[in-house]
Design a binder for this molecule. Structure first.
Ligand SMILES: [Zn+2]
Length: 420
């Protein structure tokens, strides 16, 4: 179980720098001073856990004012295997090395370990300012079933603090087995999602058949789908091509997310635009995972790769695709680093993807886009009546947030969180 948490008494107002692009009821803030990074000095009045109104702070000169963000979202991670690097390192840094170490660890994984890793991860998520987390769960066989039991229990325990979404991660052909179908029914009853991995070599006919089975199952059970797809530097968009082919032959009634789509970034602009338009047409969400992509892909022992496989975030956005950025693996064979810190993720992703938090579309990848693809009630923008759920950073600029992991205070429904 997690450490006891306390919350303070109701707070009446907060003075802070607020990203102007996040304020959707703009009337109150017309005429507010806006910094070159798009931040407005505002007094945010609260009442009964929601925003009551915004007040402009004139002649702003308070150097101690912090940067106010909504509590953030991690749309793609793996809490069941987090913190396993020390025991199961992947020193070669390759995708195959990571997979092998993961499979070796899985053979020895215990439920006690899953519970401990998940609790440690969720504690960090809360402290670092996350309000919702989607985690993939290694789900095949007995330990997979038991992991679901534990994580569903933790989902309930953590519900007052973090909205935890669970996605079953299995080979695609697991969903044609009786065991897989039983698991899918259980997932559906518990509002989870079904997933899988699409990676080269692509056996086209078999892949299309497995995807048709997966989407039909998802439709029948009203389960969302989140796939690891094209996390590779070879055969660009080989999996995406087959998935889109299948989607042309089935009417989807559930939300679908493509995680990674890394090799798509290696295509020509024309081909990128073609696939991006098709993804938009089918209303497929995308999660870019730059940190693990930079760590694992295009490995070559004697050269540093210059061309990096990465989802083409901006081209996808310009085609109308909902694109979020996630942190993926934390201290496991797939990535030695990470700490479930959305601000550190943002700082790293800025250099890798050239998205910028002072641009509306850049900030959307961390706030509104993940909220939308996770189907959350609140999109993370600020308006009268929206939840007073904040991360208050002790820095006064985006540059400051990018420079070092800032210390922060967390507010949940109008009360500061006090952690033991
Ligand atoms: Zn992943």
């Amino acid at each position: 179980m997690f450490a006891q948490k306390k919350t303070s008494t109701d707070i009446q107002s907060i003075e802070a720098l607020v990203p102007r692009s996040l304020i959707t009821s703009g009337g109150d803030v017309l005429g507010a001073e806006i910094s070159s990074e798009g931040l407005c000095p505002l007094r945010v009045h609260l009442q009964e856990g929601v925003i009551r109104k915004f007040e402009i702070i004139e002649n702003f000169a308070n150097p101690s004012m912090g940067l106010l963000l909504p509590r953030l979202i991690e749309p793609h991670t793996h809490i069941d295997k987090a913190f396993t690097w020390q025991s199961w390192p992947n020193l070669s840094g390759t995708y195959q090395g990571a997979l092998q170490a993961n499979l070796n660890e899985y053979k020895e994984r215990t439920i006690k370990q899953v519970r401990a890793r998940a609790n440690k991860a969720l504690n960090l998520c809360l402290r670092n300012g996350l309000r919702a987390v989607r985690t993939h769960v290694d789900s095949f066989g007995w330990i997979g079933d038991q992991s679901w039991e534990v994580l569903l229990e933790l989902k309930k325990d953590w519900q007052p603090f973090i909205d935890l979404q669970l996605v079953a991660l299995v080979p695609l052909d697991y969903w044609i087995t009786d065991h897989g179908k039983t698991l899918a029914r259980k997932i559906s009853r518990n509002r989870g999602l079904i997933g899988g991995v699409i990676a080269p070599p692509y056996e086209k006919r078999k892949l299309r058949s497995l995807l048709m089975n997966l989407f039909s199952l998802a439709n029948d059970l009203s389960c969302g789908v989140d796939l690891h797809i094209d996390e590779t530097s070879i055969t660009p968009s080989g999996g995406l091509r087959e998935m889109l082919n299948v989607l042309d032959h089935i009417k989807l009634d559930v939300p679908v997310t493509c995680s990674h789509l890394s090799s798509m970034g290696l295509l020509s602009q024309k081909a990128i635009n073609f696939f991006a338009d098709k993804l938009a047409h089918h209303q497929i969400n995308v999660i870019s995972l730059p940190i693990t992509n930079y760590w694992l892909l295009s490995r070559c022992p004697k050269s540093t790769p210059i061309k990096r496989p990465l989802a083409p975030v901006k081209q996808l956005q310009y085609s109308g695709v909902n694109v979020a950025i996630g942190g993926d693996n934390v201290q496991d064979p797939w990535n030695p680093g990470g700490n479930f810190d959305p601000i550190s993720l943002m700082a790293n992703a800025v250099s890798m993807t050239h998205i910028a938090p002072w641009e509306r579309l850049g900030l959307s990848t961390f706030i509104t886009a993940p909220s939308r693809l996770m189907g959350l009630e609140w999109d993370g923008t600020f308006q009268k009546g929206s939840s007073a759920d904040f991360v208050l950073l002790d820095i006064d600029s985006w540059s400051g947030a990018m420079s070092r992991p800032p210390s922060r205070k967390i507010m949940i429904k109008g009360k500061w969180l006090e952690l033991n």
